[in-house]
Design a protein around this ligand. Sequence first.
Ligand SMILES: C[S@@+](CC[C@H](N)C(=O)[O-])C[C@H]1O[C@@H](n2cnc3c(N)ncnc32)[C@H](O)[C@@H]1O
Ligand SMILES: [Zn+2]
Length: 275
Amino acid sequence: MPDQVPEVFAVFQCAICQGNDPVWTSSNRSDHAFGSPGRLMCTGCATAFKVRNGFLDLHPGDPEPIPPIQHLMQFPPIVAVYEALWRPIGYFIASKHSFPKDVDRIASLIQRKHGLILDLACGPGTFTRRIARLAPESIVIGFDLSAQMLERAVRLTRKERLRNVYYIRGSALSLPFKAGSFDAVTCCGALQLFRDQDQAVSEIARVLKMQGDFVCQTTLGPRKPPLWIRMADRMLKFGYFYLDDLKERLYRFNFDLQAEERSNINYIFRAAKSG
Ligand SMILES: C[S@@+](CC[C@H](N)C(=O)[O-])C[C@H]1O[C@@H](n2cnc3c(N)ncnc32)[C@H](O)[C@@H]1O
Ligand SMILES: [Zn+2]
């Protein structure tokens, strides 16, 4: 017999058929809906999406093409050292700032702390967990394409005994959520990596509520990058923005820039959805 659909699925919209009336079945007897295997069935296209290893996989089937740098994000040794080494070192080189301190600062840029928050491209859940702690009244969805990253995020979140977090696998380019679902969307270290950045920003705008916060940390590039950066980018496709292009894109998708901060090539901003 189908179980009562957990609250978090109220914002579900199937990325395949756009149906938004799922049926949830689970063997779960723990205090978290994803605590044991379960499945969410879309009544529109009859696709069954499974909860496995603590996250709901809304992106089964053919993997979407990803740039080389993203393949690294699925490579277990990189996933294992990502939060403790890779990210803080990369962040310090880019900004000359401490990563752990900035995680706190960036998380506290969120103005709407009582609703539903999406941490897009959450990786091992560094920001997801910090936000969940900072906003215990909220529900935080950590969302990523890499199953390996999500498995690590689930492990770390359980260790910290956070109950207001749900992890979902899917693509930033077709978010499986209804329009106007979220009070805030965060996206750190990832916007510059997406294959189609217009599509990603348009999806963020779609799923945000009016006046909802978009909090982002990304990387800027020089107008005339040195040869070695151009070569490295050509191989790895790590990507970066030109500041005026990024601002133009935010404007085009009806975001009002409300706070910004640049340190070296690191750029942090908060924008509100305005139209
Ligand atoms: C550099 S990591 C950032 C992780 C985390 N937000 C942080 O700040 O440490 C980039 C993440 O983007 C995810 N990613 C890449 N392409 C994606 C896509 N199309 N949809 C969702 N996540 C994606 C990768 O799997 C990876 O975990
Ligand atoms: Zn469907």
